[in-house]
Ligand binder design. Structure first.
Ligand code: GSH
Length: 230
C-alpha cells in the first residue's frame, strides 16, 4: 500500500530542502504544506512540531522532524542507490564514510562560510573566507578525491548529496550575487578542484535544484543581512 506522505516545508529553507532532494530522488509522491516562517507558527503547526521548525514529515500520520532524520528515514524506508541499508561490513563502511563527510562539511567549513557572510566588517569577512577556503582544502577536499561524479565514486546521487546539496547551491551562488566576499569561491577551482568539480555537478542535478529559486534566496539573504546590520 502506498504511504500517505505530507511534507511541511518552506522552499527557502536549506534544511527543509534536504527532504525535497530525498523525495525527488526516490520519486516518492507527497503532498506539501508551505509554512510561512515570517509569522509566528500556528497552534496547528506547533501541535505537529512543537519546535516550530521546518521540515516536518508526516508518514501515514506519524510525525518525523529534523531534516537529517527525515532524510535518513526516507532512505531507510525506501532502499535505493542513496545509501546501502546496514547488515554487512561493506554497507556499514559506506554509511560511515557518508556520515563522516557530512559531519566534516558542517562542523569544519559551513560555519566558517556563514561567519564570512554575516561578518560585521569587510576585514572580518575576508578573514573568515580565507579560513573557510583553508579548512575546505584541508578537511573536505581529500574526501572527494574519488567522487565520480558523486560521493565515493557513485554514478548516482547519494545521501551525502541529499544532506549537503541545498547548502552547496547557496555556497556557490551567494558570493556570485553580491552576498559575502567573492574570495569565498574565487579560488575554489584551483585550490579545491575535487570539491569544485563535485559541487558544480551536484548543483546541476534536478533532484537537487528542483525547488531552488536563486533570485528569491539571494533577495531573502540580502534582506536578513540588511536587518542585522541596521
Ligand atoms: N535542525 C533543524 C533546523 C531547521 C531550521 O532551522 N529551520 C528553519 C528554517 S531554515 C526554521 O524552521 N525556522 C523557524 C524559526 O526559527 O522560527 C533541521 O535540521 O531540521
Amino acid at each position: 500500500m502506498t504511504a500517505t506522505i505530507k511534507l511541511y516545508t518552506n522552499h527557502g529553507c536549506p534544511w527543509a530542502h534536504r527532504a525535497h532532494i530525498a523525495l525527488a530522488e526516490l520519486k516518492i509522491p507527497f503532498e506539501e504544506e508551505i509554512i510561512d516562517l515570517s509569522v509566528p507558527r500556528t497552534p496547528e503547526y506547533l501541535a505537529i512540531n512543537p519546535r516550530g521548525l521546518v521540515p516536518s514529515l508526516s508518514y501515514n500520520g506519524q510525525i518525523i522532524t529534523e531534516s537529517a532524520i527525515v532524510a535518513q528515514f526516507l532512505a531507510d524506508a525506501y532502499p535505493s542507490h542513496l545509501v546501502p541499508n546496514g547488515g554487512t561490513p561493506e554497507a556499514a563502511l559506506t554509511r560511515a564514510r557518508i556520515n563522516f563527510f557530512v559531519d566534516t562539511f558542517f562542523s569544519k567549513v559551513n560555519s566558517l562560510y556563514h561567519k564570512a557572510l554575516f561578518a560585521k566588517t569587510d576585514e572580518e569577512a575576508e578573514e573568515a573566507a580565507a579560513e573557510f577556503v583553508k579548512q575546505l582544502e584541508k578537511e573536505v577536499e581529500p574526501l572527494l578525491s574519488d567522487a565520480a561524479p558523486y560521493f565515493g565514486g557513485s554514478k548516482t546521487l547519494t545521501l551525502a548529496e541529499v544532506l549537503t546539496g541545498s547548502f552547496i547551491l547557496r555556497l556557490l551562488s551567494l558570493p556570485k550575487n553580491g552576498v559575502g566576499p567573492e574570495s569565498l569561491i574565487k579560488e575554489l577551482p584551483t585550490k579545491t578542484p575535487n570539491f569544485y568539480k563535485w559541487a558544480t555537478t551536484v548543483i546541476e542535478h534536478p533532484s537537487v535544484n528542483g525547488i531552488w529559486n536563486e533570485e528569491k534566496v539571494v533577495a531573502g539573504t540580502k534582506a536578513r543581512l540588511a536587518k542585522l546590520k541596521a
